[in-house]
Design a protein around this ligand. Structure first.
Ligand code: BG6
Length: 604
């Protein structure tokens, strides 16, 4: 999934585009490039690798012009290379394009164009689009793009400029996100609002199958039949923090340390001073609902698993869970009595979007817990609760995880209150307990030095396990994902009771095993699993509560997290976020932009 940016205006486009790409680089960093129109010609500069390579080059050889497009890439079709980098030019060098998404029928179109004599330099699906535009072109840029997109199958957002058309640009959205910012006669186009916000608060969100045409300072929208459509301006009145690293080396560490404040922000938004929850729509939301089906991806899915355990524990609802890409909608309970719960940081993840669209088509009601305001998932859901965690830039998600769990827990408490499955006392006690979260997290963050020491002991290992039961297992899944995402060490989360049925075969002397024991009902069982791995020579790192005794003798390391009567797994995930961070740091990895990953994937 890539980041695309475009500019039309009076200023020199190059630096505006580079600044935009810098805000979008977390979406993909395999290559970067720009194309700028000037004097009936287009100059394209693009390089494999991080944006810095491009920035350094154009600093020495600037590209002049006031209309241009730019791209940061997450490779799907064609390896990361200079030639596969975007923008791609047409054979006659009259058209240039940037693209975010996948064209499923590109090979068929390519074969037809090759028969017509077109030459292809790259392995990308994108180069096929721009040559099809050349092939369809009869003097009208908008018409040529429309003729082209009606032949494409896939999810994409594209922006096109032409050497034949000064001050003119055409953009198209088919599923992949695209937003246009307007400032008098200047236009800023981007995959997300982050890159537009520094320039203007007036934003136009393209809907699916929208074509936007900018010409002579005017912006017009059309559908795929070129019938004019109206798209209202949205004034971005929510705060988009400029996402600076401040004194932190990496955004990930900053975002880990922001979690106490994030918890407080959620309380400010969703809880009254009298400890009652401010979610007025819940009664309407659950009216006629018989079960809840959670779908999400990556870290959001693991937050959903934790939330699911809490919802099924205190409410009347049956909980179903699916990794979004596995959701098919065939289950009989996917109907108008089903509430689909989707969790997403970005609100743009294609697999999650696709699952919710399937469920919606079967009559299910959609509730989204999302971080990015006005994101596609938020706009297409029936109900949305924002997590207000602020911008999350690091690819490995941290504060979004804990904020999703807390918002879902407040929702569960409100549902349980309405269903009278909990007493008013329990309701109040839980909310008072949850208010301690920011202190608890701060306390855990203060033990970072100890965690850094443990990281030193394992950072050269090739593989490790995370084991736990119940809610602790959901935390293990997230801890293991963090370790894989940024340290590139193989790791697996395994229900601790299941270990002896196979995976225990991998254990040998010094094999790191993180054991989470915060669920008081499971202490005895998990302690025997801890003894099992210890007896096989494992290096055991136990995350537990001070009140759980006699673990130090069978543990190489013990990390204590604060007691909590509302155990959500948030306290115990913090040490795992820090452990992964410090192992990755010791391995010299680019923690904010780990290889092969992107912040949210808008292709299926
Ligand atoms: C992946 C990100 O691409 O998508 C993960 O690298 C994230 O960090 C996952 O958890 C799901 O993204 P989102 O935005 O839907 O929560």
């Amino acid at each position: 999934m890539c980041g695309i940016f475009g500019y039309v205006g009076k200023k020199n486009a190059q630096d505006i585009i580079l600044a935009g790409l810098a805000k979008l680089e977390y979406r993909g960093y395999d290559s970067a490039g720009i194309s700028i129109y000037n004097n009936n010609a287009i100059t394209t500069v693009k390089f494999k690798g991080k944006l810095q390579t491009l920035t350094d080059y154009v600093k020495k050889s600037p590209v002049v012009g006031n209309i241009g497009i730019g791209h940061t890439r997450w490779a799907t079709h064609g390896i990361p290379s200079d030639i596969n980098s975007h923008p791609h030019m047409s054979n006659d060098n009259k058209f240039s394009i940037v693209h975010n998404g996948i064209i499923e029928n590109y090979q068929e179109i390519k074969d037809v164009l090759i028969k017509k004599g077109y030459k292809f330099k790259s392995d990308t699906d994108t180069e096929v689009i721009v040559n099809l535009i050349q092939d369809n072109y009869k003097g009208n840029l908008l018409q040529a793009v429309q003729d082209t997109v009606t032949k494409l199958i896939g999810a994409y957002a594209i922006v096109v400029i032409s050497a034949n058309h000064a001050n003119e640009l055409v953009a198209v959205r088919a599923k992949s996100p695209l937003i246009i910012g307007k400032l008098q006669n200047e236009y800023f186009l981007a995959s997300d609002i982050q890159a537009i916000y520094p320039h203007t608060k007036e934003a136009y969100y393209l809907e699916n199958n929208d074509i936007a045409h900018i010409q002579a300072g005017k912006l017009n929208f059309y559908d795929f039949k070129l019938k004019p459509v109206t798209r209202p301006a949205k004034i971005v009145d929510w705060v988009i923090d400029t996402a600076e690293k401040g004194d932190y080396d990496f955004f990930m560490l900053k975002e880990i340390h922001e979690q106490p404040n994030v918890m407080n922000n959620i309380f400010l938004k969703y809880v009254n001073d009298d400890n009652t929850i401010k979610m007025p729509l819940v009664a309407e939301l659950i009216n006629g609902i018989e079960n809840i089906h959670m779908v999400s991806c990556g870290t959001a899915y693991f937050a959903g698993l934790a939330a699911g355990r809490i919802i099924s524990r205190i409410t009347k609802f049956n909980m179903y869970e699916d990794i979004a890409s596995e959701f098919t909608g065939v289950d009989k309970h996917i109907n108008k009595h089903c509430l689909m719960l989707v969790l997403s940081q970005s609100g743009e993840t294609a697999d999650t979007l696709n699952a919710m669209r399937i469920a919606k088509s079967k009559g299910a009601r959609i509730l989204a817990i999302v971080n990015v305001q006005e994101s596609t998932i938020a706009r297409e859901s029936d109900y949305v609760f924002y997590t207000n965690a602020g911008s999350e830039i690091a690819v490995a998600s941290t504060k979004a995880f804990s904020s999703q769990i807390l918002v879902a827990t407040l929702l569960a408490l409100e549902i349980a209150k309405l269903q009278k499955t909990i007493t008013p006392t329990f309701y109040q006690e839980q909310i008072i307990e949850l208010r301690k979260l920011s202190y608890n997290i701060t306390e855990v963050l203060n033990s970072e030095n100890n965690i850094e020491k443990i990281a030193k002991n394992i950072h050269k290992r090739h593989s490790m396990f995370y084991i736990g039961r119940g809610l602790d297992y959901a935390t293990c899944l997230e801890g293991s994902l963090k370790m894989k995402e940024i340290s590139y060490m193989h790791s697996e989360a395994i229900p601790s009771g299941e270990l002896k049925h196979g995976s225990i075969a991998l254990l040998n002397e010094g094999f790191p095993v993180v054991v989470i024991i915060t669920d008081k009902n499971m202490v005895a069982k998990v302690t025997s699993n801890l003894k099992e791995v210890k007896s096989r020579g494992a290096y055991t790192i136990v995350v537990t509560l001070k009140s759980i005794k006699n673990l130090e003798s069978i543990s190489d390391e013990v990390i204590y997290v604060p007691e909590s009567n509302s155990n959500l797994g948030i306290n115990s995930v913090i040490p795992l976020q820090l452990l992964a961070y410090h192992v990755a740091l010791m391995r010299g990895n680019d923690i904010d932009k780990p290889r092969n990953l992107a912040k949210s994937v808008t292709v299926e």
